[in-house]
Design a protein around this ligand. Structure first.
Ligand code: ZN
Ligand code: ZN
Length: 133
């Protein structure tokens, strides 16, 4: 069982699944949505996530994507793309124990900021991992 939620604890979730696709995303949209230099994410099946307190506010962040955040404190919580309906992405640092979903690679490194240096030895993909490039 993975547990987590937003900074102010108005929104809390529980997850009954093993995390997959753990990554640090450097894309411009994740950066802007979170106000951070990069965002760590992991995926689980959408039906494995249960909101046990509060409800995140959702917004369409692009043609194919919906993001959500806590309506009280603004913590970025989820990302879902119609391209990958079997994956609901959760922000790793909204977990109570983020070390339970340690990132295994970097994605969208072609958008990485010039002052961010990747020095953890993990694979770094220009775009998605699926592209394999
Ligand atoms: Zn909150
Ligand atoms: Zn991204």
């Amino acid at each position: 069982m993975l547990r987590g939620g937003c900074f102010c604890r108005a929104v809390r979730y529980e997850i009954d699944a093993e995390p997959t696709n753990q990554t640090i995303c450097h894309c411009t949209m994740c950066r802007h949505a979170a106000g951070a230099q990069a965002v760590a994410w992991f995926s689980v099946p959408p039906d494995a996530v249960r909101f046990v307190a509060g409800e995140p506010r959702r917004y369409k962040s692009s043609e194919h994507a919906t993001r959500s955040f806590c309506p009280e404190c603004g913590t970025t919580l989820t990302y879902q793309s119609t391209h990958t309906p079997g994956d609901l992405d959760i922000t790793t640092c909204s977990l109570d124990e983020p070390d339970k979903a340690t990132p295994v690679d970097h994605t969208f490194v072609r958008s990485k900021l010039s002052w961010v240096t990747i020095a953890d030895g993990l694979p770094a993909y220009p775009g998605t991992r699926r592209d394999g490039i």
